[in-house]
Design a protein around this ligand. Structure first.
Ligand code: AMP
Ligand code: GLY
Length: 444
């Protein structure tokens, strides 16, 4: 692969995903400096990484920071700066930015738009319809249709909802009761609610580096979205992830790229809004093959923390090449991964996800790191100078990643390291990577 390595990289964001991105990029050959904005005190403790107190949602402030730092690549972590047009502003200033433009980010910011693009591209999603603020009657009629066909029902707010805003139910009554609240007071000129048939099966996250035309997949991962063991409780941003997936091998991932990512890229190009950046396919592996549940326009959190330590090829040159609009001709369909496995466990604050408590002192970070685990900071803050160390300062506080030769040994390492860390009211799942689903069926 032709390699043009960015020397100075600006990473936007400050969560666990961005910590993993900054850590990974700072450790790659030829990368001299990584600046993270706003980052956090925990991220700033990573060798080779500095943080800058700049608002990633402010396009002109980001352009000024990238210029001042001499960044030859900007990597955008979360969706909000993409939706705010940060990549558009950087492109206008002539600074290479890895991430979609605001127009291309609509794939995530509007679920109705995602369905429209997938339909046109021939990509399978759940049967669905989108409704505007005034369309309560038609929405209820569609719920009745789905119920009559024997399907469970999924209600999704159209727009960014941070992993919330989705109701999955077997009960038509509950769907009929909840649907109007998604529509009340919403404008009549844009979709407010997407109603889908409920699909069943294990989920998988296939994230690809895209240059507008081609896609190169990162190793596949599986998130655990529910708050409690056994996939019970409310949906969260994600409570843990693992990679690889024994039920989805590299040739399956290559077929998913060819049937999901590549057709979406072609349709986005056809519309005059080519997609560059991480395209994250949230898939359900149904008995009839994979169905796209959602497209995200960024890396997953906590999938990134599980996946990046496994990637066995330099990532920085690939991101730069994609940002410039041309992945190397000899780039593989799926990036090579080391033989081992990773298990990432999210440690969340007391009260997560509704009202996470801040300010609980964290103990055991050094002990976990001494075991060889990776500890990525998401919602932490440095404690006052005289005390030192970190305290909780967000919902998802840390991601602890265990590595091992097999999934079982990675799981053991992650559990042991997570056990070493504690604070008052810490919550985590104890079944990440515990039950691996049977082999998926992925038709060509
Ligand atoms: P989304 O934000 O669209 O990814 O939805 C969040 C979560 O809701 C997904 O990860 C699934 O667990 C669940 N979900 C979304 N759409 C469906 C569907 N059509 N059928 C079953 N579950 C779904
Ligand atoms: N872990 C799910 C997401 O990042 O959307």
């Amino acid at each position: 692969m032709a390699r043009d390595v960015p020397r100075r990289i600006l990473v936007l964001g400050g969560g666990g995903r961005e910590h993993a991105l900054a850590w990974r990029l700072a450790g790659e050959p030829g990368v001299e400096a990584v600046v993270c904005a706003p980052g956090s005190a925990g991220i700033a403790a990573t060798p080779g990484v500095r943080c800058a107190a700049v608002d990633p949602l402010d396009p002109s402030a980001v352009v000024a920071l990238a210029a001042a730092e001499g960044a030859d690549l900007v990597v955008v972590g979360p969706e909000a700066p993409l939706a705010a047009g940060v990549v558009d502003a950087l492109a206008e200033a002539g600074i290479a930015a890895f991430g979609p433009t605001r127009a291309a980010a609509r794939l995530e910011t509007s679920k109705a738009f995602c369905h429209e693009v997938a339909d046109a591209a021939g990509v399978r999603m759940a049967r669905a319809m989108a409704f505007r603020g005034e369309e309560v009657g038609p929405a209820l009629a569609f719920v009745r249709d789905l119920a009559a066909a024997g399907a469970g029902i999924v209600l999704k707010a159209d727009g960014l909802a941070g992993g919330k805003g989705v109701i999955v139910t077997e009960s038509a009554e509950q769907a009929l009761e909840s649907a109007p609240s998604f529509l009340r007071g919403r404008p009549a000129d844009a979709p407010a609610l997407v109603i889908e048939e409920r699909l069943a099966g294990p989920e998988a996250s296939v994230i690809a580096v895209c240059d507008g035309e081609r896609a190169v997949a990162l190793p596949a991962a599986r998130d655990h979205k529910r708050l409690l063991d056994g996939d019970r409780g409310p949906n969260t941003g994600g409570m843990g992830a693992y990679s690889p997936l024994p039920d989805l091998d590299e040739s399956d991932v290559a077929r998913i790229l060819a049937t999901v990512h590549t057709p979406i890229l072609a349709e986005m190009r056809r519309r005059g809004t080519p997609f560059r950046g991480f395209l994250y396919a949230g898939l359900m592996l149904t008995p009839d093959g994979p169905a796209l549940l959602e497209a995200n326009v960024r890396c997953g959190d906590p999938e990134t923390q599980a996946v990046l330590p496994r990637v066995d090829a330099p990532l920085a040159p690939l991101l730069l090449a994609s940002a410039r609009g041309a992945l190397p001709d000899d780039a593989p369909a799926v990036l090579p991964a080391g033989g081992g496995a990773t298990v990432a466990i999210v440690l969340a604050a007391h009260g997560y996800p509704d009202s996470p408590r801040r300010g609980d002192p964290i103990v055991g970070l050094e002990a976990a790191a001494a075991q060889g685990a990776l500890v990525f900071h998401a919602g932490t803050a440095a404690r006052p100078r005289l005390e030192s160390g970190f305290s909780t300062s967000g919902g998802r506080v840390l991601t602890v990643v265990g590595r091992g030769a097999s999934l079982a040994s990675a799981r053991e390492a992650a559990e042991r390291a997570a056990d070493a860390i504690s604070w008052d009211g810490v919550h985590r799942r104890r079944d990440i990577a515990l039950r691996v689903p049977p082999r998926a069926r992925v038709p060509a």
